[in-house]
Write a protein that binds this ligand. Structure first.
Ligand code: F6P
Length: 304
């Protein structure tokens, strides 16, 4: 997020805009936490985690009256364009403001990689890299103690983090919301592979698929194995961005400002088949990118 805040600010100033930063997202508009941003204000943040502008969940923004009030405040500050950096909910908010007459652009930014109109969201690559590093360490312990490691990862209703980190870590099993493998089958696989010589296994559970403690209890009750559970939680949402995320933040921000200049506003900046494009919100919502089935199969093929 910080890499995007920096890039948006500096590219917009380069193009002659005055830039304001809004703290705590939509809630910050209502509370008028709106401050000018200069080039130097965003110095040194490109490699920092978190967000310089803070963030907040603000479900109240679904209320049309609250949206109207936000629109009024933005106009009062003479804000002509709003660049929203966030996930689905943030994009829905941007669309609501667009419908009221505000010119907006959304930069996709969530670790879940689950937004319409883009195959890539900023934050995803950093989160996957964090999971891979953590699972590497967990694997060392599992291998030493000859145990089954269950690692729960985020992703909300999507299995992208689990699947990609499963591939990258060589996980034995990934449990995804898109493929909630029955736990009886998980046990059958473990019984078979461990009888055939495996001494430890790593199971990656997407939070949207199962509760990892329930998975552990089930395995304990139905195999001779003794699993351990690690819930990675907020580890996945912090830390310096990966090079890929920092580069995508710069490139997406550049296109966001160029699109505003060309009058191609009210769009999401999407990464589709290797290229960046600005897609109208309505179109973007129709184009979703679910997990790739062949990659799910590949985890099993490579792990047995
Ligand atoms: O959407 C990003 C995300 O990290 C999800 O992966 C996770 O389910 C959720 O946010 C956690 O949000 P909160 O911290 O509000 O519980």
């Amino acid at each position: 997020m910080n890499a995007a805040i920096r890039a948006i600010t500096r590219k917009a100033i380069h193009e002659g805009f005055n830039v304001f930063g809004i703290e705590r997202g939509y809630e910050g508009i209502l509370n008028e936490e709106i401050k000018p941003l200069l080039r130097r204000d965003v110095g040194g943040i490109i490699t920092t985690g978190g967000t310089y502008l803070k963030t907040a969940r603000f479900p109240e923004f679904k209320n049309p009256q609250v949206q109207q009030e936000a629109y009024r405040i933005l106009r009062q500050y003479d804000i002509d364009h709003l660049v929203v950096i966030g996930g689905d909910g943030s994009m829905a908010g941007a669309q609501a403001l667009t419908n009221l007459g505000m010119s907006t652009i959304t930069i996709p930014c969530t670790i879940d990689n689950d937004m319409g109109g883009t195959q890539y969201t900023i934050g995803f690559d950093t989160a996957v890299n964090t999971v891979v590093q953590c699972v590497g360490k967990i694997r060392d312990t599992s291998s030493a103690h000859e145990r089954v490691a269950i690692v729960e990862v985020m992703g909300r209703h999507a299995g992208h983090i689990a699947l990609q980190s499963g591939l990258a870590c060589g996980a034995e099993i990934v449990l995804l919301p898109e493929h909630p493998l029955p736990l009886t089958e998980v046990c059958e696989r473990l019984n078979e592979t461990h009888r055939n010589g495996k001494t430890y296994s790593v199971i990656i559970v997407a939070e949207g698929a199962y509760n990892s403690y329930e998975v552990s209890d089930f395995i304990k009750a139905n195999t001779y194995l003794d699993p351990s559970v690690t819930v990675l939680g907020y580890l996945q949402r912090g830390g310096a961005p990966s090079a890929m995320d920092a580069i995508m933040a710069a490139r997406m921000s550049e296109l966001a400002i160029d699109a505003l200049l060309d009058g191609r506003d009210n769009r999401i900046i999407g990464y589709v088949d290797g290229a960046l494009r600005a897609l109208p919100y309505k179109e973007a919502k129709e184009i979703t990118y679910p997990i790739q089935e062949e990659q799910y199969e590949l985890v099993s093929i490579l792990s047995s």
